[in-house]
Design a protein. Structure first.
Length: 262
């Protein structure tokens, strides 16, 4: 009876699976839409070291003002300029102090005959590692500020590079770019991916001599939009920067039913 019950249960499961299975053609559709970035973030850092914190800060503030004024003179809106908080970091180093010790030696008869009254040997720092004294000493302050600017006109990029180099900023980060309308572009790619899947299914149906029915199932199986990526910074006479177009991609998995001619 036990084995009979297992066979009946297995037969029932197979029957139910057959009832809910969809006969059809399953295909993968892919498509992409080319897009150009329309938003750019340019970041520079200004660093200064000095023994006096107030002087180092004043130098950083001066260069920061030059950078900000330059952005405004180029027509960039004030609310598009973000100046991070000033960072002040004291830097320390360890210095080693090791005293010298004199070790008196017992005089030999030969030394006495030569007129030496005493002899000594000096032990240097390397020989007195266990007796070394350490003291932490402040040597300088490091003051830094990061300034970010967001703009939409890419033709400003080369001019920004040249201007901040002339001002003398400490570091120029790679340009960050993004596509602001990537969701709308993805919807376009999704429709094209569905069309691609339909074309594949039609070709397969024609090859095996059947007719496609209605769409039985649809699954969005991939999503890719380049929200942000980096472009290396570069400044050179006669050099014109360019930003490559990026793909907004979509992929779908669909099943089309097969028409029954009966």
């Amino acid at each position: 009876m036990k084995y009979l019950f297992i066979i009946i249960s297995l037969f029932s499961a197979i029957t139910i699976a057959e009832q809910y299975s969809v006969q059809g053609i399953e295909v993968i559709g892919k498509a992409s839409v080319k897009a150009e970035p329309d938003q750019f973030i340019f970041t520079v850092s200004i660093n200064q070291r000095g023994a006096i914190a107030s002087k180092a800060k004043a130098q950083v503030d001066q260069k920061s003002s030059l950078v900000t004024d330059m952005y405004l003179s180029m027509g960039i809106a004030k609310n598009a300029i973000e100046s991070a908080r000033l960072q002040l970091t004291p830097r320390y180093e360890q210095k080693t102090y090791a005293p010298e010790f004199e070790v008196h030696k017992r005089l030999t008869e030969e030394s006495v005959n030569k007129g030496k009254s005493h002899a000594k040997a000096v032990i240097n720092n390397n020989q007195l590692a266990s007796n070394t004294l350490y003291r932490q000493e402040k040597i300088y302050f490091e003051v830094s500020r990061t300034i970010m600017v967001t703009f939409t006109d890419f033709t400003l990029y080369d001019q920004l590079l040249d201007n901040v180099v002339k001002i003398g900023v400490s570091q120029i980060s790679p340009l960050k770019t993004s596509i602001t309308n990537n969701e709308a572009l993805y919807q376009q790619a999704l429709i094209k991916a569905l069309e691609n899947a339909s074309q594949k299914a039609e070709a397969i149906a024609k090859k095996i001599n059947v007719k496609l029915g209605k769409l039985a199932s649809f699954k969005e199986s991939s999503y890719h939009t380049p929200n942000a990526y980096m472009v290396a910074s570069r400044s050179s006479d006669g050099f014109s920067s360019q930003v490559a177009r990026k793909d907004v991609s979509a992929q779908v998995s669909v099943t089309f039913a097969i028409k029954d001619d009966k």
